[in-house]
Design a protein around this ligand. Sequence first.
Ligand code: PLP
Length: 467
Amino acid sequence: MAAIRKSMVAEEAGAAGEADDAVGLATRHLVQPWPYAGSAGAEARTLIGEGDGIYITDAMGKRLIDGPAGMWCTNVGHRREELARVMYDQSMQLSYNTPWYTMNAPSAQLAQRIAGHAPGDLSHVFFTTGGSTAVETALRFMQFYNNVKGRPDKKLILSRGGAYHGSTYLSASLNGRPRSHDWMDGLDAIAVKLTAPDPFRRPQGMSIEAFGDFLVEEFRDTVARIGAERIGAFIGEPVQASGGVIVPPDNYLKRIREICRVNDILFIADEVVTAFGRLGSIFASGEVFGLDPDMITFAKGVTSGYFPLGGVVISERLLEGLRRSNHPDALFGHGLTYTSHPVGCAVALKNLDLLEGGVLAHAREVAPYFQARLKSLEELPLVGEVRGMGLMACVECVADRESKNPLELDTNVGERIDRHCQELGLLVRPLINMCVMSPPLVITRGQIDTLVDILREGISRTMEELR
Ligand code: PLP
């Protein structure tokens, strides 16, 4: 597949000096994320020049719908003048201050606004540079908390198959997707993996309800087997995003939350994708799933991708527990140069204004239409299931619908669909045998129609190709 893209881009690049320059420079000097060892990567990537609303434009001037919203993040859409202006204004006023001795107003205001949206007793925010560092912070906080409380053995973390929590050492160790671990080392001793809560892949003959019971029993048994005194936290995405938009069985998360509460295991909701509008609310944990986590991690949509920012919302209970400990000198030795960055926090404040001022309501309004239109793709024989929630969805392709047998890996079906869709004006996020759709939240019904029509045609062309 890379070879096809390479020749395509190289041919096009020949006609446009600028594209040639950027792709050539990248090939010689840029290390791309997620490259395969055998390829430098740049030749296989579409060079993007501009963004506007739900669209991005490639270096040849071809306009594409930004199907994955960047990486689940360009929530209010590209080229929002309000956000650009706030970045300029804040940079001219105060571009940076050390978080070691000083503080700034935008971070305090943003913490207050975010805490106001958070469920339960979540009241304080620690800002990071993105999602991995948010997850890392939550886990280091859990370690600190248990050390201060005199429970140094209570550190193991429960996570799940299909999970993606980041690319730093600790966060990546929790990932349940095989590709995160292949060819890499992980801190296997700290993470225990449970079954992915994927109803589509439940054992044959089992109802979804029984599958939910099975997952809860597995959780309970694991806690009993290992011992609650050794388990510090459970971390889970309310809807697993990069695992293929996996919506768990009803009430399963609530039941896990209760087991955690009873066993004094911290429940961390990783809302790096689901927060800031993707499921129609600022946080999905409380409003959508009725959960009151001990910590929530967020990133991406908090600035709609305009600035790298993330964070952890922490429960008042935990902080109070620390205050009442017998270690008044215990230092949470954790911080980042860009913690509470004034420009990032100012952008996030304006982004929140946009979300609260209409984007959230719009996302809630169009989401059922988005899901229903995509669901119609299940008519296509290659499609095993279309699933999703809010404005995130996944089309999973199978070799055989009856048995749900996965396609051979080298079929590259996701990449094939993406290539056809790009020709037709839609960027897709391919995930092996799946295509993820999570467009900017400002997408209209008409644009949803176009997106689905192109995806249908892309899948049809792929079926032709595989025949
Ligand atoms: N957590 C989840 C649920 C994610 O989807 C991601 C990234 O996609 C991360 C954490 C890591 O975030 P980042 O890439 O900003 O470090």
